[in-house]
Write a protein that binds this ligand. Sequence first.
Ligand SMILES: CC(C)(COP(=O)(O)OP(=O)(O)OC[C@H]1O[C@@H](n2cnc3c(N)ncnc32)[C@H](O)[C@@H]1OP(=O)(O)O)[C@@H](O)C(=O)NCCC(=O)NCCS
Length: 177
Amino acid sequence: MLFEILLGRDLPEHYIERMNAQRIHEYGVNTKNFANEKQSKFIYLWDDDALKAFGMLKPLTLTCQGQSQAILGIGNIMAIEKGRGHGKSLMTYMMGYLKERNAVGLGFCDRENSGFYRKCGYTVVEGISARFRYRHAQETGDRERLESVPDVLCSSPEFIAWLQSSNEPIEVDVPFW
Ligand SMILES: CC(C)(COP(=O)(O)OP(=O)(O)OC[C@H]1O[C@@H](n2cnc3c(N)ncnc32)[C@H](O)[C@@H]1OP(=O)(O)O)[C@@H](O)C(=O)NCCC(=O)NCCS
């Protein structure tokens, strides 16, 4: 097993095509444009030459209770073959990567996947995703709020506790990832 980390701006075209194809396979459609993710980090799990899982960490600033925090948005987590531990290997590696850098990773997930993230050591909570707002939605035309009410997953229980300590809006400076 080998982990490879690439910055979005350095992604070879065939890596982007591979992720697009996997998203279409998974969801029937690809709504992401990875070519725009120049500053994001992509983590790939390989076994020999076969891709097993991948995921993304997107730098962003989150503002709540008058405080701004630089965090990493966790997104596009995918295992190619399910139920073989590849998703967990990826998320465990990601947790180590975040801890080594003293960084917080945060993402959104449908309830059906919450158990998976908990098993990987992440804190998953319901009831706060409706507080998230994308700050520049009016200028860019991207959605201001999440349409559904997914759970929020986070590498840091302390960061989640801080978000839960108020009911104030949680602003992000990038479109939902
Ligand atoms: C979610 C996903 C990444 C999980 O990856 P995976 O490789 O199948 O999961 P693993 O085999 O590593 O499972 C790790 C553990 O989580 C459990 N698990 C896996 N999926 C789960 C789920 N949806 N709910 C609860 N537990 C789950 C496994 O049983 C395993 O438990 P164990 O450690 O006790 O044996 C994978 O199913 C996937 O790619 N799904 C489609 C894309 C997607 O929905 N991505 C998430 C976007 S938020």
